[in-house]
Design a protein around this ligand. Sequence first.
Ligand SMILES: [Zn+2]
Length: 344
Amino acid sequence: MALKDIIGQENALNILKGCISKNRIPHALFFAGDEGIGKRLTAINFAKALNCRKPAGDDLFSFTEEESADSSGISEIDACDKCPSCTKIEKANHPDVFIIVPEGDGKQITVAAVRELEESLSYKPYEGEWKIAIIDNADRLNPSAANAFLQTLEEPASQSVLILVSSRPDTLLPTIRSRCQRINFSPLPVETMSRLLEEKFGQTGRGQAGLLTLLSGGRLGYALNENLIAQRDRSFNIFRQMLGSLEEDVWDNRDAMEEWFDWGQLLLRDIAVYKATGKTDFLINKDRADEIISVSEGAALKDILKLARELYNIKRKLNFNLNKQITLNYTNLLLKKMLGKGSR
Ligand SMILES: [Zn+2]
C-alpha cells in the first residue's frame, strides 16, 4: 500500500506530503490519535514515500485532470509501492527504517532499545536518502528510556526522521512532545465508516457493519479487526461474572485489563442511556439489549454514572502498573455496590 490507500486522514496526509513537496522534513514528528486509526500505517507509508526510488516520469504517477489541477502538486507525492525500497519497507527489512515497539513483560521501551536506535541513526543511510525511526506506542518509553530519548531528539542525526506514535499522547513527557511536530489523527465520521465497512463486509449485511462502526468509534483499523465482537463479548461476560460470583482469574495481562475497562465503559454507557431514556434505539450494543435492560433495572442512574467515572479513573491509573489482583477485587466490589446484587 501507499499513502493514497490510507482512508479518512486527509489532514494528516496533506501535512506530510506538504513536508515532502517543500523538502522540509521535520526531525521529529508525533502522530497522536486513538488506537486503530491508521497512525502506524501512515508512518510506514510516509517512510516509503521518503525513500521511494521510483524512476522520474514513471507512468505510475500519471494524474487525473482533477489532480493535476492541484497547484500545490502534493497530490502526486507518494510511494510507488513497487521499487526495491518500498518493498523492503513493506516487509520491514529496509536497513534504514527502524520500528521500535514496547517489549518484555512490562511492555516497555527500554533505555537499551533507545541507545541501540541512537547508534543505528548515527551512521549515514545505507540505501535510502533518509533514516527513519518509528517509535510505536511511544508512551511506553520508561522513564530512563524517555530521558535517553530526549537526548536523541535534542541532537538529531542528519538525514534522520523520528516518528513517535501514540494513542495516549498526554502520558508522554511534555519535554518530548514539545520537541516534535504534532500531527493529529481523527476518527472517521460514522457515515463514511459505515460505507467503507459495508463495502468490506458487504456479504454480512448492514447490521454487522453498523455495529462495528458504532463499536469502533470511527477507528477503521480497529473495526476491521475481526475479533472486535468476540473481544466485546468476552469483556461483557467478565462484567456479568463480576456481578455474580467471580471465581476465575479473568485478566491474562495488562492489555487484557485495559481492554476490559474500555469495554466496561461502553457497556455502562449503554446501561445509562437505557436507564435515562427507557429505549433501546440509542444503544450501541443493540444485540445485547436484554442484558443491558436487566442491569439497568437494578441500578440508579447516578450510581451507573459514578461507576463509569470510577472505571475511567482506574483505567488511567493502569499506566502506573496497578496490581492486578487488587484492581480486580476493588473493581468487582465497585460493580456490586453500584449496580446492586439483584441486577443480574
Ligand atoms: Zn517506491
